[in-house]
Design a protein around this ligand. Sequence first.
Ligand code: GDP
Length: 311
Amino acid sequence: MAELVERARAAEPRAVARLISLVEDRSPLLREVSAALTPHVGRAHIVGLTGSPGVGKSTSTSALVSALRATGQRVGVLAVDPSSPFSGGALLGDRIRMQDHALDDGVFIRSMASRGHLGGLSATAPQALRVLDAAGCDVILVETVGVGQSEVEVAGLVDTTLVLLAPGMGDGIQAAKAGILEIGDLFVVNKADRDGAATTRRELRAVIAMTDRADGAWKPPILLTTATTGEGVAEVVDEIAAHKAHLDQSGELTRRRLARIRREIEGLALADVQSRFSHLSADVRLDTLAEQVLSGQADPFAAAESLVESL
Ligand code: GDP
């Protein structure tokens, strides 16, 4: 394991891929990996992309990778699909645009599904992000793929949240409903080559001005891009860096990361309890307790309490 972690730290693609597979498979080796990685993480700026399906998240991710690479930064991409049980190649195969970066050794791309995993996204994605972080990625883009997933969930995994919208989708109102106005650190109106982008930006500015923001000192910029041509994407990269600088000097970075780690610990602890429980349900103790409740020797609360204690 130590050797594998060393190879991943030297940015060897196969070692990085192997470690992320261990994360996905919930390998028992993960604890050791996690311990070995922990001293080497915290450098990467983790940026989430969210928005309704079709706004151009995948095209924008690819355009951002190009723009970040143009500034010499090493980039990781984690495409997360909370709605799918399928991971890895199958999902990435659909993501043709990413193949532009397939031969670039300064780019790591990985997809990950979490449906049906104990603890969900909050228990698996942080581990994968740590692997990419330790592999020396300067920026890691986390993109949610698939439909029907919670658009706000990604914000809990990242330092900076970029909310993508497109003109003519009634997005101003959609965004307000989905609660993504509060979580956006940067707003990007993509498909600026289409009619209505300026109107969407104006509407968005008006709604954002009215939202209560926890992080009051930062005024989220609203940028226009055409992801298909790359127009405006360099400005997005500049604003991502500006937000990172703000996070650093305001102390907000530490606050966000602590909140994230809390959720991660919670997720791991719950997954652990749940897995012990599933072993336990086959256990005779549960049968005994059920019999005691049926015969009036114990009440269900007392039975549950003794079960939890036995964990
Ligand atoms: P996602 O579902 O949010 O990941 O969206 P995609 O990146 O798959 O894009 C959805 C569609 O919009 C694709 O057909 C893209 O080619 C197209 N698209 C993405 N960005 C732009 C843009 O800036 N302008 C135009 N006209 N089309 C775009």
